[in-house]
Design a protein around this ligand. Structure first.
Ligand SMILES: C[S@@+](CC[C@H](N)C(=O)[O-])C[C@H]1O[C@@H](n2cnc3c(N)ncnc32)[C@H](O)[C@@H]1O
Length: 315
């Protein structure tokens, strides 16, 4: 790849997805865009760049952007953000919104759906507390490909082994050939939409809890700041923003500040001070399946190892 082709691709990706690519990512560009060249019958990256420069092939442009995104995710990723949701953020929101009985959650870079479905499972476990409530999970991502996968809710054996307690696999999934499909009732809880975080968030409305995890790391500081400011505008006055472990608002915006009690959780600057003074809402009882720690490392067990559990569950 020539220097000028690499520079063009850097600019193209920055503009289309926010991805800030350093010079040492050349190898990544080459390895991920090689298959795109083959898919579009192009000889090499130079030909692909020529197509992008013409600006007449929307499918090729989308394929380049999607090939360069990192979609890594898994159920209950990092665990703590989900324990916090169950034990702190959800009870607090239930207390705050008790009058209007409405709860809105946004997963802002949902990838293939494991994050919103993890929250949906926790909400389903809390169903007795949510009777009569209108609960919405909006899950968005730049990539239409991952959104389609998330909507289908079909996961490989490897994917359901990553972070998902086996009891919840049995309870919420059905085996379809070699794969597992999440229940229709959980799929119905999540409203998937394609959304580029670089674009306006018009029409999304206000959210009580926003999960925007492991996506800001790919952007430069001005892009992070812009996205955080616009998320702040969508966050309910006492709402909570949850970021990934390597992400923060510090030094990027003064509209949001860290929750002093819960690492990785952020709130409106003014609301944060109030929250620090207010007592925490009583935590919900932890669902039995979550009291037992989910299998920590993603160990791939043979499908046959699940047979006794499925038999016990009558499947
Ligand atoms: C590493 S995954 C994170 C998934 C999930 N939040 C988690 O933490 O497990 C990052 C996701 O961000 C999406 N993404 C990248 N750039 C984006 C943008 N500009 N707007 C919306 N989503 C974007 C990617 O398509 C990818 O699915």
């Amino acid at each position: 790849m020539t220097e000028s082709d690499f520079e063009f691709l850097r600019g193209f990706l920055k503009q289309r997805s926010g991805l800030a690519m350093t010079a040492e990512k050349r190898y990544l560009v080459e390895s991920r865009l090689g298959p795109v060249c083959r898919r579009f019958n192009l000889g090499d990256l130079h030909d692909l760049v020529a197509v992008l420069k013409l600006g007449r092939d929307a499918a090729a442009e989308r394929a380049v952007v999607e090939a360069m995104t990192t979609n890594e995710t898994f159920f209950f990723r990092d665990r703590v953000p989900f324990d916090l949701f169950r034990d702190v953020l959800l009870p607090q929101a239930l207390q705050r919104n008790a009058g209007r009985r409405r709860l809105r959650i946004w997963c802002a870079a949902a990838s293939t759906g494991q994050e919103p479905y993890s929250l949906a499972m926790l909400l389903q476990e809390a169903a007795p507390r949510l009777a009569g409530w209108q609960v919405e999970i909006v899950a968005t991502d730049l990539s239409t490909e991952v959104i389609e996968r998330a909507r289908a809710g079909i996961y490989s054996h490897f994917e359901v082994q990553r972070g998902l307690p086996v009891q919840w696999l049995i309870k919420h999934f059905t085996q379809v050939g070699e794969s597992w499909q999440i229940s229709q009732s959980l799929r119905a809880m999540v409203d998937y939409r394609q959304l580029n975080l670089l674009n306006a968030f018009d029409g999304l409305g206000q959210f009580d809890v926003v999960y925007c995890r492991n996506v800001l790391i790919y952007f430069d500081a001005p892009t992070k700041a812009d996205i955080l400011n616009r998320i702040a505008a969508c966050l309910a006055p006492e709402g909570a923003l949850v970021l990934g472990a390597a992400e923060t608002v510090i030094g990027l915006t003064d509209r949001l500040q860290p929750n002093p009690e819960h690492r990785g959780v952020y709130g409106h600057a003014a609301a944060g001070q109030r929250a620090a003074a207010a007592p925490l809402a009583a935590p919900l009882a932890a669902p039995a399946a979550m009291q037992a720690r989910p299998p920590a490392p993603p160990v791939l067990a043979p499908a046959s190892a699940l047979a006794p559990l499925r038999a016990a569950a009558g499947r």
